[in-house]
Design a protein around this ligand. Structure first.
Ligand SMILES: [Zn+2]
Length: 156
């Protein structure tokens, strides 16, 4: 007797992947559809051309590593690897929240940060952001998480 239902165990590839949190997905900067292929020339939902190489990139230089954010990418900063794809940058800082802030770059090249209800606060140039408020980031700004984790914003 042949093994029963062997083919049924071969699930499509995307069933094998853990679901990515929406906050880390690449989204169309126009219609915010999640892009299955961020390198595509156009959004497969609204069909508008997507930003290509040569568009601005946001970098935040922390003592423990440099974070890089492309247009359309929302990057969650925090200590929990389940919440933040860059958690390893912050694991050594106990006062950084599991899900601390989000940084992103809009299609016009403006960078933004939003505090996600962190315990110890998100600061831009020393000023604490009210929870949930979106604040612009400029080249050279100091982005601080909690008391002592400071990154320098680089925007080109
Ligand atoms: Zn779109």
């Amino acid at each position: 007797m042949p093994p029963h239902g062997r083919e049924a165990t071969l699930l499509p590839a995307d069933h094998n992947q853990p679901r990515q949190p929406d906050s880390t997905a690449f989204m169309c900067p126009y219609c915010e559809a999640v892009l299955s292929n961020p390198g595509a020339a156009q959004c497969d939902s609204c069909l508008r051309p997507l930003p290509q190489k040569g568009t601005p990139v946001l970098r935040v230089q922390f003592p423990t590593g440099e974070l890089k954010v492309s247009v359309g990418q929302h990057l969650v900063l925090g200590r929990d690897a389940g919440q933040s794809p860059v958690a390893s940058t912050f694991t050594q800082y106990d006062n950084v929240s599991r899900r601390h802030s989000t940084v992103w770059l809009d299609p016009s090249g403006t960078a933004w940060v939003r505090d996600e209800g962190s315990t110890n606060g998100t600061f831009v140039n020393g000023e604490r952001l009210p929870r949930g408020v979106e604040a612009p980031l400029r080249d050279g700004d100091q982005l601080r998480l909690a008391a002592d984790v400071t990154g320098t914003v680089q925007l080109n």
